[in-house]
Design a protein around this ligand. Structure first.
Ligand SMILES: Cc1cc2nc3c(=O)[nH]c(=O)nc-3n(C[C@H](O)[C@H](O)[C@H](O)COP(=O)(O)OP(=O)(O)OC[C@H]3O[C@@H](n4cnc5c(N)ncnc54)[C@H](O)[C@@H]3O)c2cc1C
Length: 374
């Protein structure tokens, strides 16, 4: 495996790299970069390189890399057993006659973590290592957006071209890569005392309304602690009425006017299907209107075919969204048990997701040819 080093790399790069964290991965990366002629600096929170006193298994994939970056001999020499000992994952049944259902074997090494790190450290240029540098923030440079600033607990900072976060599982650098985790929570409550249908809505009911957190929590007070914990994070909840087009339209088209998307079939959000249906509308409509045989003189007929093809499907999805809401809230056909829910939910998205819109376009063409329009 020895990747050839590009000549340009050996002549040096026009950028600098900072590695945050001098653990196994940070050092392995620093050694790889150094081998390629890239200027790199390592910033480590601790006062010295160090590892916990536990063992580590180094598999054949890593062995090949260690050999390539020139550290394998030192790694092996620091192991208790200075050879690439055969190691194997053996899966042995704890029951019956303790059969071996599986084994995975190859040449690797098992050694003490600290010894492994020591072997890597031997190859690291001490002038590029900076200890007692606990990174607490990574931001864009205010003076040059293509550079990045790294701030440390001791009040110092550096500016560099590339920042590599090797600062472990509790990585601070990760926050510069992953934006704040956002959780989108929608909690449904259905007032089943109100019959389904616009005519029965309470008068002047606002579409969106702020409600006290206590009102929201009260609706879910029998739910588990995970749900309660999530809901408590919503400090200023809003109550949204859920609307749909009901009763279903008898046609999406009249003369030269056609409806698509929510205008035609606004549905409940329970299958996450509304915009997908609108996109299917748009695609079929656009394709038919753009067809070479579509003219001002046959628009009405073309739009009618759009309606004939799209309406039954969109309406079926509409019905399915209502059924899904019933299932989620314990009113499914098979009942509110784990098994009943499994049966009711099984295949619920098949009709929504496994649709062949190209076939729809072909069918539309056939209809229009039969009508003599195309
Ligand atoms: C029980 C267990 C067993 C495992 N066994 C194996 C095994 O057999 N084989 C295997 O390949 N892997 C194993 N792993 C996984 C392996 O331990 C990790 O993948 C590996 O240690 C990760 O190395 P790292 O350099 O990314 O992070 P770390 O080893 O966590 O190093 C991070 C470094 O960054 C420094 N640092 C942290 N925060 C900052 C900061 N803010 N600023 C500056 N520096 C900072 C730390 O001081 C540390 O030196 C095991 C893991 C566990 C939990």
């Amino acid at each position: 495996m020895s990747p050839s080093t590009p000549d340009s790399a050996l002549q040096g790069k026009d950028f600098e790299v900072a590695i945050i964290g001098g653990g196994i991965c940070g050092l392995a990366c620093a050694l790889t970069l150094a081998k390629q002629g890239v200027t790199v600096q390592i910033y480590e929170a601790a006062s010295a390189f160090g590892e916990i006193g536990a063992g580590i298994g180094i598999g054949p994939n890593a062995i090949r890399i260690l050999r390539d970056i020139g550290v394998l001999d030192d790694v092996v020499s620091k192991a208790n057993d200075p050879s690439l000992n055969l190691r194997a994952f053996v899966f042995k049944s704890g029951m019956g006659n303790h059969e071996y259902p599986a084994r995975a074997e190859d040449y690797g090494i098992g050694m003490h973590r600290a010894s492994f790190l020591d072997a890597l450290v031997l190859h690291v240029d001490p002038t590029i290592t900076h200890f007692n540098k606990r990174c607490n923030k990574v931001v864009s440079s205010p003076s040059n957006p293509s550079r990045t600033m790294v701030h440390f607990d001791d009040g110092s900072h550096i500016e560099t071209d590339v920042v590599l976060g090797a600062d472990g599982i509790k990585s601070v650098v990760r926050t510069a890569v992953v934006s704040d985790q956002e959780v989108n929570i929608v909690a449904f409550v259905t007032d089943r005392s109100i019959e389904f249908g616009a005519a029965n809505l309470p008068p002047s009911q606002p579409w969106v309304e702020s409600v006290p957190q206590s009102e929201m929590l009260a609706e879910f007070d029998e739910w588990g602690s995970d749900v309660a914990g999530l809901l408590r994070c919503i400090k200023a909840p809003q109550k949204w009425m859920i609307y749909g087009v009901f009763p279903p339209l008898k046609s999406y088209v009249k003369g030269h006017v056609a409806l698509l998307g929510d205008a035609a079939h606004a549905m409940l959000p329970h299958l996450g299907a509304g915009s997908g249906q609108g996109i299917e509308d748009a695609y079929l409509l656009g394709t038919l209107l753009g067809h070479s045989r579509t003219k001002a003189s046959n628009l009405e007929s073309v739009l009618k075919v759009y309606d004939e093809i799209r309406r039954p499907r969109a309406q079926k999805v509409w019905e399915d969204t209502r059924m899904a809401g019933d299932i989620y809230e314990g009113f499914g056909r098979q009942g509110f048990t784990p098994d009943g829910l499994r049966q009711d939910l099984s295949g619920l998205w098949d009709f929504v997701w496994n649709h062949d819109i190209v076939k729809d376009i072909q069918t539309a063409g056939e209809y229009l040819r039969e009508l003599g329009t195309f």
